[in-house]
Design a protein around this ligand. Structure first.
Ligand code: IPE
Ligand code: IPE
Ligand code: MG
Length: 257
């Protein structure tokens, strides 16, 4: 069900016809983060098993990645598996763990051709080795590319990320590498998985849910939020354009007037 906030946002959304959607090339968000939600409901609506929704969601990943790259977006972060998603049935988790490998096998050549850099954020420890190896291979083979940074959040949890950052930082304080007094937001940032990347300018969540589900709590401090009713497998290039169009009509104030 679409929440009140999402409804309000969509009332402000374009009412323009198909060809009237014009994006300002000078106002393209640098970093777009997406909570890809609704695969299960997409499948259920069609009488299919949940995993069919995850498979269909891969197509949307391909389309949105290409569209983001074409628009000149610098970073696209996709929430693919959360630290809480281990609570799902084993069959579903097993299927989700195989998707990155399959995606990379079928897409890597094209990603290289598109000049995309693949990266991962999340804790690799609990992930099966074939999942991590596939992502690391893609990372290695695309590391010299200069186009879109495509970040997969896999076994990612924001609280987990913050706790591991604190552990590492505390370790560096203990061994005298960092002074307590010099800890700043900038220094703290260096201990996060997103080290070196700009904060997201735009967060998109599909499927009508209006929550963060433990995603980038620190990094989203000043992101613009866009909630779409569309289930992830139906999220298309045009849906991305709509989100960006909406973003371009916001007034970002960062606390000033
Ligand atoms: C998002 O779709 C994909 C993952 C969380 C891996 P869901 O699987 O959460 O789909 P719904 O929310 O049950 O419809
Ligand atoms: C968030 O979606 C995680 C991903 C999209 C990977 P969920 O479907 O797991 O979130 P909740 O459980 O509805 O909050
Ligand atoms: Mg969900």
């Amino acid at each position: 069900m679409l929440g009140k906030i999402a409804k309000w946002m969509q009332s402000k959304e374009l009412t323009a016809g198909k060809d009237e959607l014009e994006l300002d090339p000078n106002l393209i968000p640098e970093h777009v983060a997406i909570i890809m939600d609704g695969n299960g409901r997409w499948a259920k609506k069609r009488g299919l098993p949940r995993v069919a929704g995850h498979r269909a969601g891969m197509k949307a990943v391909k389309e949105v990645t290409r569209a983001a790259n074409d628009l000149g977006i610098k970073v696209l972060t996709l929430y693919a598996f959360s630290t809480e998603n281990w609570k799902r049935p084993k069959d579903e988790v097993d299927y989700l763990m195989k998707l990155p490998q399959e995606y990379i096998l079928t897409e890597l050549d094209e990603l290289i051709e598109q000049n995309v850099q693949v990266r991962m954020l999340g804790n690799p420890e609990q992930l099966p080795s074939f999942t991590v190896e596939a992502v690391l291979e893609a990372k290695e083979r695309t590391k010299l590319n200069t186009g879109l940074i495509l970040n997969f959040a896999l076994n990612y949890g924001s609280r987990d990320e913050i706790v591991q950052a604190i552990q590492q930082l505390a370790g560096d304080v203990k061994c005298g590498q960092v002074d307590i007094e010099e800890i700043s937001e900038e220094i703290f940032n260096r201990y996060l998985y997103t080290n070196g990347l700009p904060d997201p300018d735009l967060l998109i969540r599909t499927s009508g849910e209006v929550r963060l589900s433990n995603f980038m709590l620190w990094q989203l401090a000043y992101a613009e939020m866009y909630f779409s009713e569309v289930y992830w497998p139906d999220f298309s290039k045009r849906e991305l354009w709509k989100a960006i169009y909406n973003y371009q009509h916001r007034n970002r104030r960062y606390g000033a007037v």
